[in-house]
Design a protein around this ligand. Structure first.
Ligand code: FAD
Length: 414
């Protein structure tokens, strides 16, 4: 039996662990923190099929001064983080060309189009199909100018097979009456769906894994015992070393430091986002709703309503700026005028973003028995199960359902 060590027990790592376990491998997950409280916890809960247009878009460089000057804007850059971010940023802006954007979007589409099927199969496997609500997402626009900001992204997504219907704001109000009736335009993103509780999802994945005999070690991976191009064991913060035939690197934003210890120079930044769970929202929202102008979305979870969003380039270890979460809650009243915001719990998550918005999936030529499963940016919840299928098929030497070359960990050294 192959001994596999999965580093990181977020939604991606634990999904990989379960799929490998189903193949009969002996799997140990290494996770230092409380289960389910990584980036997955702060997410907006969407299975975002068609969220394929990269973060880097034309004109990005020109916008940087604005991001620095307006720290409360939906997209911002903390000045102190700029020097450390520069190499990542140089690649990020180089990807902001239309031809590159299209290639990235096509690669992401291949992944996300598999997501709903893979995710549903995973939920059936863990006995929690009720966690998925197959209901489309709504995007709201104040006026023509506001709608036009999404025009090119919608065209590209449609061109690659996504179903997006444009409707009036009044029609959106009729679909989800909690929404204010005075938005001029809206769009229905029909391929999307949402999860009713991302934390419960990660917990349920962990419970199933341990019930089936998997081991979770509460410690951080700190390095590796190696022989030439193989890892023999994973070193842990408690002083132990875990022997490994195969290693899956799925430590979210922390994967960068561990990849460096393997001499694989991946580029990965933690792009912060904030989420507030309103436990007594006073409105009955039926759909996930995005207000792109405000830089946030809202999802009706089982026991709260989540207001989540913003893109903050703050570096890997910057402390949260909770002000940003509070601003989103204030803006949420524009969308849901009757929203009650007193009972709230704030969360911050760092999305593990690569400069080309593609995740990092697969092996590096520098180390034979390590598989990367990280860098999912805005799509970790969406792609956990699909990534797990790819990783498990690779380890079992089964043919992969798509070409993972565009997601190679070695692409950053070119
Ligand atoms: C505001 C916001 C909204 C979002 N909305 C969505 C959405 O609607 N849909 C979607 O698909 N995605 C969304 N995302 C993105 C999604 O949350 C992430 O892509 C996803 O959680 C990444 O999962 P992960 O398992 O790679 O990382 P994480 O969930 O961060 O898990 C990584 C784990 O590795 C552990 N770890 C760290 N260092 C070590 C170490 N040295 N050794 C061992 N373990 C270690 C951490 O403790 C952590 O548990 C959103 C994110 C944010 C912040």
């Amino acid at each position: 039996m192959t001994q596999v060590v999965v580093i990181g027990g977020g939604v991606v790592g634990i999904s990989c662990a379960l799929s490998l376990q189903a193949d009969g491998q002996e799997v140990t997950v290494v996770e230092p923190g409380p289960v389910g409280e990584g980036a997955s916890w702060a997410s907006c809960g969407c299975i975002a099929v068609g969220e394929i247009v990269p973060l880097s878009q034309p004109g990005m460089l020109m916008k940087v001064p604005g991001w620095l000057l307006h720290p409360k804007a939906p997209l911002s850059l903390r000045p102190t983080s700029l020097p450390g971010l520069l190499p990542w940023f140089a690649r990020f802006t180089a990807n902001a060309r239309p031809s590159k954007m299209r290639a990235i979007a096509a690669d992401l589409a291949r992944l996300t189009f598999a997501a709903t099927g893979d995710f549903k199969a995973q939920l059936v496997d863990i006995g929690a199909p009720e966690l998925l609500v197959e209901r489309p997402v709504l995007k709201l626009f104040d006026d023509e100018r506001d709608r036009a900001t999404m025009g090119a992204a919608f065209d590209l997504a449609r061109d690659l097979g996504c179903t997006i219907d444009e409707i009036t704001g009044q029609e959106a109000h009729e679909i989800a009456p909690a929404i204010a009736p005075d938005f001029k335009y809206a769009a229905i993103l029909r391929d999307w769906s949402f999860v009713t509780d991302p934390k419960r999802l990660v917990e349920a994945l962990h419970q199933t894994f341990t019930k089936r005999g998997g081991t979770v070690v509460q410690a951080a991976a700190t390095g590796f015992d190696r022989e030439t191009r193989r890892v023999r064991a994973v070193r842990l913060s408690d002083g132990r070393s875990l022997p490994a035939d195969e290693v899956i690197l799925a430590a979210g934003t922390h994967s960068r430091a561990l990849a460096k210890a393997l001499d694989v120079p991946i580029q990965l930044e933690g792009v912060a986002g904030y989420s507030t769970a309103l436990s007594d929202p006073g409105v009955d929202l039926t759909h996930t709703v995005f207000y792109p102008k405000g830089g946030f979305g809202m999802t009706p979870y089982e026991d709260s309503l989540a207001v989540a969003g913003t893109i903050e380039f703050a570096g890997l270890n910057a402390p949260p700026n909770w002000n940003r979460a509070d601003i989103l809650v204030k803006k949420a009243l524009r969308v849901l005028p009757n929203l009650q915001t007193t009972k709230r719990e704030r969360r911050m998550g760092r999305r593990p973003f690569t400069p080309d918005t593609r995740p990092i999936i697969g092996r590096s030529k520098h180390v034979q028995n390590v598989t990367f499963a990280t860098g999912h940016g805005q799509l970790g919840l969406t792609l956990g199960a699909t990534t797990a299928r790819l990783v498990a098929d690779d380890l079992a030497r089964r043919p992969l359902h798509l070409d993972v070359q565009p997601f190679s960990p070695d692409r950053f050294s070119n």
